[in-house]
Design a protein around this ligand. Structure first.
Ligand code: PMP
Length: 360
């Protein structure tokens, strides 16, 4: 029914809905704490909510297929030309568009071990070959990634910060990578968590785009902007690259409510500042507890942290039975590790309480 390369794709393991888990475990739905998908615990930006309510009146019409207003907002905020923007149904859509636009089954793609699961997925879905480069201390080994590039390599995925490990690449190392990367290889730097990085650790990828026309930067509204359920992401790149991706893109891939909310959320700097403050405090709350309990973890630059226990799936089960949902990482080849997203103080406290029970 399908080519071999499609059959070879491992099915995506989605979590159960909270209501279903509550029923199965005999727990109150309201007692369940979900810290599994690196979502924003703060809630919806009031500005985004108001914009969506207004956009409801237009729902009988198709969305703007070119996302004129949203692109204008992004162009103004990031100082890029609107012609160099591709809108996506989440940034996953941008990753997939890059694969569908630029790869054939004869090509290869380079990405890191312990990096985002969607890179191998979109690579395999077009029949291209994935080249996974061994990580160093759970982070990208950019030199080894450079060396792994083959004559048929068309695309490199770099996640900065990386999910699920939370590691970051130093700005100087990224520049060096781009300087040494063949210009016919596209480099997609996935910055889904960039808002959580302190300013001094941020790479000026948007500035680098003028020097490196093979650079694509992807961003999302799902994390720090708190709109995961609406599915909005975008790619920033040279207009020639955006033009090609926009030819492949489905015209109505970002719905009207999402476009309206995204415009408002990008303007809500107060919400963003509060999100980062709550994340920093929650990160300290959880990592302080790891230190106190003698649990080793990977210092993280995102809104989540990965920690090591003997048997990851067993601890995951223990947590689920007590209504705490976190992310086991066995499918990433990290059986001894689990990832917890940073929540609100009370959610973090509940996670810490159950972790303590498990270790007792
Ligand atoms: N990139 C990375 C590194 C991620 O962790 C995620 C979300 N898990 C995404 C991209 C995709 O997010 P979205 O499609 O919601 O923008």
């Amino acid at each position: 029914l399908a080519p071999d390369y499609i059959r070879a794709i491992a099915p995506y393991q989605g979590g159960k809905p909270i209501s279903e888990l509550a029923r199965e475990m005999g727990l109150e739905e309201s007692s369940i704490v979900k810290l599994a998908s690196n979502e924003n615990p703060v809630g919806l930006s009031p500005k985004a909510r108001a914009a969506m309510l207004q956009a409801m009146d237009e729902l009988t019409r198709y969305p703007d297929g070119n996302g004129f207003e949203l692109k204008a907002k992004i162009a103004q905020k990031f100082g890029v030309p609107a012609a160099g923007i591709v809108l996506g149904n989440g940034s996953n859509d941008i990753l997939e568009l890059a694969a569908r636009t630029f790869l054939t089954a004869d090509d290869s793609v380079v990405y890191a071990q312990y990096s985002f699961a969607v890179y191998p997925l979109v690579t395999q879905a077009v029949g291209a070959q994935g080249i996974e480069v061994k990580a160093v201390e759970y982070g990208h080994d950019l030199n080894a990634m450079l060396e792994a590039i083959q004559p048929n390599t068309k695309l490199v995925f770099i996640a900065n910060p990386n999910n699920p490990t939370g590691t970051m690449c130093r700005p100087g190392d990224i520049v060096e990578f781009l300087e040494n990367c063949p210009t016919n290889v596209l480099v997609l730097i996935d910055e889904a968590y960039t808002e959580y990085l302190p300013a001094e650790k941020q790479c000026d990828t948007i500035g680098l785009m003028k020097r490196f026309p093979n650079l694509i930067v992807s961003r999302t509204l799902s994390k720090a902007y708190g709109l995961a359920g609406l599915r909005v992401g975008f790619g920033l790149c040279a207009p020639e690259v955006a033009d090609l991706m926009n030819r492949v893109r489905q015209p109505f891939n970002v719905n009207s409510l999402a476009q309206a909310a995204a415009c408002a959320a990008l303007d809500d700097s107060e919400f963003l500042t509060e999100t980062v403050r709550i994340n920093n405090e929650g990160m300290k709350q959880i990592t302080d507890a790891f230190i106190r309990l003698g649990v080793s973890f990977i210092p993280s630059f995102g809104n989540f942290v990965t920690f090591h226990v003997g048997d990851g799936p067993a601890l995951n089960r223990f947590m689920l039975e007590r209504g705490v949902i976190i992310r086991p990482l066995a499918s990433y080849g990290m059986r001894d590790s689990l990832r917890v997203s940073i929540g609100l103080p009370a959610e973090n406290a509940r996670f810490i309480e159950v972790l303590e029970q498990a270790l007792a």
